[in-house]
Write a protein that binds this ligand. Structure first.
Ligand code: AMP
Ligand code: MG
Length: 330
């Protein structure tokens, strides 16, 4: 057992999930890692040596294309321009940004704002994960809350325009763009003939192929894992309070916000994983479930029986759906 955990440690990535490799000798693979969307992204494939290299190039080109559209932090991105200019006037955007905003707003409505793409002013104010991270003054949080919420975002389908109703509104696609990029990278790889690959997006995993064992990070010791799921052709996306955070005066401040309070979500859940074919929906719902808390998340998930989930609360209780193959490690 001890050996198992050790080899797991090696296979674990920084956050979220990891690839569980039982044998110490893994087959030769083609790997590529690059930094995009605020995290390290790796694709590993033991597949088709002749075409896999160009397939990887195409997949990463797609990823960088999405970064230039959807990153709220990159001053060169299309979203950055929209955030600076969309108050009080209609900005025509690309099809791709429009569809991300449209989908994002749809899920914000569906989750009653637990997931909300229009919390950018709160995300920026706290600066969690940057060197400017700090606990803001109460008045600053009140102000940022006033400049938040998907209701302040006007989208017009015919002209493909975006407009903000508040000057301080900022869109942040941090809880959906990675999942969307994962879907797109997977599509490019599959279209290039790849039938076996693992995409690791800062610990969120997408599998092309069958029966892969994926470790779920222990939220209270994220160098280790607390569960293993076995999946085929699916995404495993985790939102956890250990991914980006700082502690001050005994309080744990992390990067997933509750749009009703302007503070880090404090629902009792410390790790929420969603397992589903579509990485984008997994990404959205893992964030939403984290904010909702166990009771609301379980109730919501009952309306979407195809999705799998694993919720872990602050007493390390596990709540998971019956449609997944899971092994909990004590
Ligand atoms: P994830 O790690 O997928 O849960 O995404 C977290 C990231 O999404 C944060 O770093 C923020 O950029 C953004 N975010 C934080 N809270 C929310 C929320 N409630 N809804 C949507 N996006 C959020
Ligand atoms: Mg997410």
């Amino acid at each position: 057992m001890k050996f198992k955990i050790l080899s797991l440690l090696l296979a674990l990535t920084l956050n979220g999930c990891g690839i569980f490799n039982e044998s110490s000798e893994s087959p030769p693979t083609l790997n590529r890692t690059d930094y995009a969307l605020g995290t390290y992204i790796t694709v590993k494939t033991p597949d088709i040596p002749v075409t896999a290299a160009s397939a990887l190039d195409k997949a990463f080109a797609r990823l960088f294309g999405i970064e230039m559209i959807a990153s709220a932090k990159n001053p060169e991105s299309e979203l950055f321009y929209v955030n600076e200019n969309a108050y009080g006037r209609d900005i025509i955007v690309s099809d791709e940004l429009y569809s991300l905003l449209h989908t994002g707003r749809f899920y914000a409505q569906l989750t009653d704002g637990a997931f909300d793409i229009a919390l950018g002013s709160i995300v920026e104010l706290w600066g969690i994960g940057t060197e400017n991270a700090r606990v803001p003054e109460a008045y600053e949080i009140t102000e940022a809350l006033g400049n938040s919420g998907f209701e302040q975002l006007v989208l017009s389908e015919g002209e493909r325009t975006v407009r903000f109703l508040r000057e301080g509104l900022r869109i942040d696609l941090g809880a959906i763009a990675k999942g969307y990029a994962a879907n797109e990278m997977k599509r490019v790889l599959v279209e290039s003939g790849v039938t076996d690959a693992i995409l690791d997006l800062g610990g969120d995993i997408v599998v092309i192929g069958s029966d892969r064992r994926i470790g779920i990070a222990d939220p209270r010791n994220s160098a280790e894992i607390c569960a293993i799921v076995t999946i085929s052709d699916k995404a495993v996306m985790t939102s956890g309070d250990y991914e980006r955070f700082f502690d001050e005066n005994g309080v744990h401040y992390h990067h997933i916000f509750d749009g009703t309070t302007g503070f880090s979500a404090d629902s009792g859940i410390i790790s929420a994983t969603v397992i589903f074919e579509c990485a984008m929906i997994s990404d959205v719902l893992s964030t939403a479930f984290f904010v909702m808390g166990v009771e609301r998340a379980v109730e919501f998930a009952a309306t979407m029986p195809e999705i799998g989930y694993i919720l872990i609360d602050n007493e390390m209780n596990f709540y998971y759906s019956e449609n997944i193959e899971i092994e909990i490690i004590n």
